[in-house]
Design a protein around this ligand. Structure first.
Ligand code: GLN
Length: 446
């Protein structure tokens, strides 16, 4: 714990990964834990972790990197935070992100930007940019992020670390500030696959406080790390290596396939024909859900409240006008429009239908294959400021990660080569609740 705070003090001025630190409480907790006998300590005991700022922590400011939540000190811990404590982990502080998890570069943080430790002029990815950068910079060995359309995997890829989006329902969302409830999942970001497996095991499981958490057994993910991929059948969607995907990213996937082939796995090209609708469907559905979820931020219940207003309606309007950033407002408007009576059938309903087709694409491939492989992102980390004026290019960044959330299946990003000295990621996608096989394949590269 002490070392983590030293690293944060030395590096975070440049990286900008942390929004709030918990030094006094964390140090006291760590000191107290020194008394626990060795035989009672689990594998994660005493290890420091950072938590994305959209996961509530009792008495520790939780802002979702938004002005509208400034000064909000939750009165309870998210289920995952309780589980970290049960595993003996020490929460060091809260990690920077795109405001309300909307973004792919952390440039939408309402507080401050995050810089990529591999090149300080580069974005760390988003929205869990702080979570990935803090691990990449060695400030903490573990962090939690959230992934609605790629927000764990894309920053993990940009920062050269390991990030897992678990199956929808694997990890409780109780205490995760909702962006798009049917897509959001919390997951671990770590330096290696073994740490990742350990942390996912610690935070998984059904929760009475989240009716969408699934009552399925949590296996030992660490036991899956056998290094054995013999006989495994791998699918490579042609849509994931086609147009728009950089040559280096494409080549790094082909190289990874050679490594797996040499160990006895086989691969074939397949098609996920409805992938082309994923981006449009995602932005309609996620924005629709966000417009509804974010209606709770009204200046009455949490955080910031506008001053100098004369009536209740003005209070709502002014609080939201001053409290939300531009991207959040854009999504609320887009979502409200899609859900309106006149447009619901043409947009929201159509997007739901596209979502079903995308899910069925995955079901079909998984009838014959164990995992699906591809790049996590088409290119490595781009320059800060490069895409801010162009939301469409920014949205296209998630083209390879979004279909996974729409289907609800799990996927990991692991480091897989470089382009111009910047890390690239390999995405391994698995069947529902089969994170174990994903870890097994990821482990073949360690
Ligand atoms: N970048 C995507 C978006 O802006 C995904 C965000 C996420 O996964 N939270 O919506």
């Amino acid at each position: 714990t002490e070392e983590a705070y030293k690293r944060v003090a030395a590096l975070d001025g440049e990286v900008g990964a942390f929004l709030a630190l918990n030094e006094e409480k964390a140090t006291a907790q760590a000191k107290e834990m020194d008394a626990v006998p060795f035989e009672e300590r689990g594998p994660l005991f005493g290890l420091p972790i950072g938590v994305k700022d959209n996961i509530v922590t009792e008495g520790l400011e939780t802002t979702c990197a938004s002005k509208i939540l400034e000064g909000f000190n939750p009165i309870y811990d998210a289920t995952v935070v309780n589980k970290l404590r049960e595993a003996g982990m020490v929460t060091i502080g809260k990690l920077n992100m795109d405001e309300f998890a909307m973004g792919s570069s952390n440039e939408n943080s309402g507080i401050k930007p995050v810089r990529n430790p591999w090149g300080l002029d580069r974005v760390p990815g988003g929205s869990s940019g702080g979570s990935a950068a803090a691990v990449a910079a060695g400030e903490v060995p573990f962090s939690l992020g959230s992934d609605t359309g790629g927000s764990i995997r894309q920053p993990a890829s940009f920062c050269g670390v390991v990030g897992m989006k678990p199956t929808y329902g694997r990890v409780s969302r109780y205490g995760l500030v909702a962006f798009a409830s049917s897509l959001d999942q919390i997951g671990p970001i770590t330096r290696n696959v073994r740490d990742n497996a350990l942390l996912l095991e610690a935070i998984s499981g059904v929760d009475a406080n989240d009716s969408t958490s699934a009552n399925v057994e949590v296996p030992s993910f660490v036991e899956a790390l056998t290094g054995d991929v013999k006989g495994l059948r791998i699918a490579v969607p042609k849509e994931y290596l086609g147009e728009g995907v950089g040559e280096a990213a494409r080549q790094s996937v082909l190289d990874a396939l050679k490594v797996l082939e040499a160990q006895g796995a086989t691969w074939e090209e397949v098609s996920l024909p409805h992938s082309k609708y994923a981006l449009a469907a995602y932005y309609i559905l996620s924005s629709s859900e966000a417009s509804s979820n974010l209606s709770r931020f009204d200046g009455i219940r949490f955080g910031f409240r506008a001053e100098n207003v004369t009536n209740l309606e003005e209070l709502y309007k002014e609080t939201r006008a001053q409290g939300f950033g531009d991207e959040v407002k854009r999504r609320i408007m887009l979502g409200t429009y899609s859900l309106s009576a006149g447009t619901y059938d043409a947009y929201y309903k159509k997007a739901q239908q596209a979502r079903t087709l995308i899910k069925e694409d995955f079901d079909k491939v998984f009838e014959e294959f164990d995992v699906i492989l591809g790049p996590t992102t088409p290119t490595p980390a781009f320059k800060i400021g490069e895409n801010v004026e162009d939301p469409m290019t920014m949205y296209a960044n998630d083209i390879l990660t979004i279909p996974i959330n729409l289907a609800g299946v799990p996927a990991i990003s692991i480091p897989c080569g470089f382009e111009d000295g910047l890390p690239l990621g390999l995405q391994i996608i698995g069947k529902y609740f089969d994170e174990a096989t994903i870890y097994r394949v990821a482990d073949a590269f360690e």
